[in-house]
Design a protein around this ligand. Structure first.
Ligand code: ADP
Length: 644
């Protein structure tokens, strides 16, 4: 419409329609073409002025933000000057009219380009204080001058220059303290403010420094700041550097319930956002108006803008602890309806610094509490899992115990009958029958051994192992065990080296149980050593004074030249049912190379040795079937066993 109006003006003024200069005469009226131009000019300008003022008024009523209202007020002032200027033009005052026009344009441009307008109140306060002080100084000077002249004029002989100089000197010294007092008085009496920022800061830091609960800290901090600045709403946000849903780095702003606010929604600001730059890097506070109008915030994401607008706050002040952005203080409008002044912003910055330390402490405590809770949860879960495992293990032990018990009776019958058949010449004379019966007999005795092992482990698990306490001559016992393997040694072409220290003292223990220990260790040495290997059984005396065995002990070492054991499995092999070999080979033969068993042998060994108060462990350079590094099984039995 403005363009159309402008075009009409040009057409009429330049007379492109070739209208006559006199448009109408008659009835005492003369209407000139020029008049038409002027009417169009005034009417159009009038409509434009009314429309603009109406829109400005509407914008003013629509916003609640003090800062925006301040801008609109200044804008309206500029607008009135701009609109008023041309009104003066037709009247004839060209210089004044154009001057107003330019001034208006200047005011509008300034309003648009300055997001944070200077504080007129502060300037006024400054001017008022200085003016009052100057007047007071002048009054003191004049009164002093007249007083001195009146009192001492006759006595001393009055020299005005010296009196003036002395008075000036006194005033010079007095001026600054006087100005300070006047400023405080002006603040209090004229503007009704009595703020002492030092006192506020002191009180603030005292109030918040000992609060370790984040929510309480937020309420107290926001409450105090709001009270000092007369703010109606406020909230504190904790800032966490995290990854967003897309895995990008971002800042997550978690609101803590503040004052006059429900707990605010969580905000997510991408790291490269210009808002983050202002808060995080420049550490500058930001008003809502600045977010709305400054060009650098034009390209922030809709989500960011919506979140910020949704808070309905006037100002956001970042909180930094050292170099880290840890929080954001958001404050709503002043209850007095004035916008934030520069001093307010300065005070807010300092209060934010004070808050940082308390916030950092509270966050630390919060994360400690969280870790503690998680730890407790994990601990409870672990405890539950442990109870479950224990129950499972108990069930397994029960099963082994019952199964081995139940299997023993029919197996004994089976062994008895197969033995009877073996003794019967009718069958032994027939080579075929004999082979079958020997097979059955071998199988049942192997089965017997396995069930015995299961029975043994069940007893160890339930701590039902009953041990006798006899003096055991270890070399004799070991010899007996080795002799029982004479056939196997021969079959596998292993050589046995027996190296016992002379005068080895007898240990206190259960000979049958100890036989089982070395039975399993030696059977393993035979099994896991390739044919033609060497097995060394040696015995040493362990003197008194050992930390673990203060009464001394007997140490038996069984070494082989076999495939060795991977260091990772050194402990695991002592766990029941644990085998490192291939399952296919299991129970394939008692002393066959790598012929695995049920994985109970070493568990029984450890159970029995520990029941004797002893210790068993293995040493091996590693597992290698090419180089056969060998294994060394150490068993120490205490000389005065505590457990037997
Ligand atoms: P298994 O009945 O399988 O022999 P053990 O409890 O006696 O069960 O042994 C557990 C595992 O320890 C074996 O499967 C084997 O892998 C390993 N092991 C035991 N003794 C030796 C040894 N002398 N040399 C190499 N490996 C051994």
């Amino acid at each position: 419409l403005g363009g159309l109006w402008f075009a009409i003006l040009i057409v009429l003024d330049a007379n492109y329609l070739s209208l006559p200069e006199i448009l109408f005469t008659g009835a005492g009226w003369i209407i000139e073409r020029r008049l038409l131009v002027e009417v169009a000019l005034v009417v159009g300008w009038g409509i434009f002025a009314v429309e603009t003022l109406w829109l400005t008024g509407k914008a003013y009523c629509q916003t609640q933000q003090v800062v925006v209202r301040k801008h609109i007020t200044l804008w309206t002032f500029g607008l009135i000057l701009t609109l008023g200027g041309p009104i003066l033009l037709p009247v004839g005052d060209k210089i004044l009219g154009e001057g107003l026009n330019w001034l208006g344009a200047l005011v509008i441009t300034y309003t648009v380009l300055t997001p944070r307008l200077p504080d007129l109140r502060a300037a006024l306060r400054q001017a008022l204080s200085s003016l009052t002080t100057a007047i007071l100084a002048l009054a003191i000077y004049t009164l002093g001058f007249i007083g001195i002249q009146y009192l001492f004029g006759d006595v001393l002989g009055f020299i005005p220059l010296i009196v003036g100089l002395v008075l000036s000197l006194v005033l010079l010294l007095l001026f600054n303290p006087l100005l300070r007092v006047i400023r405080r008085l002006v603040n209090r009496l004229v503007f009704g403010e009595g703020q002492d920022s030092n006192r506020i800061l002191r009180e603030y830091s005292q109030s918040i420094s000992n609060i370790l609960d984040i929510e309480l800290l937020a309420t107290v901090a926001v409450g105090l700041v709001s009270e000092v600045l007369g703010v109606e709403r406020g909230a504190l946000f904790l800032v966490y550097s995290e990854l967003d849903d897309q895995g990008e780095k971002c800042f997550r702003l978690k609101g803590v319930k503040g004052m006059g606010q429900e707990t605010p929604q969580i905000g997510v600001l991408p790291v490269d956002s210009s808002i983050v730059k202002t808060f995080g890097k420049d550490r500058q506070p930001l008003t809502r108006l600045e977010i709305d109008i400054l060009p650098q915030y034009r390209y922030i994401t809709g989500k960011e803008r919506n979140w910020l607008l949704h808070q309905d706050m006037d100002i956001f002040v970042p909180i930094h602890a050292k170099d880290e952005w840890v929080g954001l203080l958001a404050l709503g409008p002043n209850s007095s309806g004035t916008s934030y002044r520069d001093e307010d912003l300065e005070l807010l910055g300092t209060l934010a610094d004070q808050t940082a330390v308390a916030l950092q402490n509270a966050r630390l405590v919060e994360s400690l509490v969280r870790v503690n809770n998680e730890f407790r949860r994990a601990y409870t879960a672990m405890e539950e899992a442990l109870t479950k495992l224990k129950r499972l293990d108990r069930t397994k032990s029960d099963f082994i115990s019952i199964a081995s018990h139940e299997l023993r009776t029919p197996l004994t019958v089976l062994t008895g009958y197969s033995q009877m058949l073996l003794d019967d010449p009718i069958f032994t004379e027939n080579t075929y029958y004999k082979k079958v019966i020997v097979g059955i007999n071998d199988g049942t005795s192997r089965l017997h051994e396995i069930i015995d092992s299961m029975f043994e482990i069940a007893k160890i698990d339930t701590r039902a192992l009953e041990l006798q306490s006899n003096a055991v001559d270890m070399p004799a016992l070991l010899k007996q065990v080795c002799q029982s393997f004479a056939k196997a040694f021969e079959a596998r072409r292993h050589s046995l080296v027996f190296d016992m220290m002379s005068d080895l003292p007898a240990v206190q223990g259960d000979p049958e149980a100890l036989k089982k220990v070395f039975h399993h260790i030696i059977v393993n040495a035979i099994k896991y050593t390739p044919d033609g290997g060497e097995i060394l059984v040696s015995g040493y005396y362990l003197p008194k004074g050992n930390v673990e065995f203060p009464q001394g002990g007997v140490k038996i070492l069984v070494s082989d030249t076999g495939i060795g054991i991977d260091p990772r499995f050194k402990e695991l092999i002592f766990v029941k049912f644990y085998q490192t070999g291939e399952l296919a080979l299991h129970s394939s033969g008692k002393t066959k190379f790598k012929g695995g068993g049920p994985g109970l042998g070493l568990a029984i060994v450890r159970g029995i040795v520990q029941a004797h108060g002893g210790r068993v462990w293995v040493e091996s350079p590693g597992y290698d079937e090419e180089t056969n590094p060998g294994s060394h099984f150490h068993v120490i039995l205490p000389l005065h066993s505590e457990s037997t």
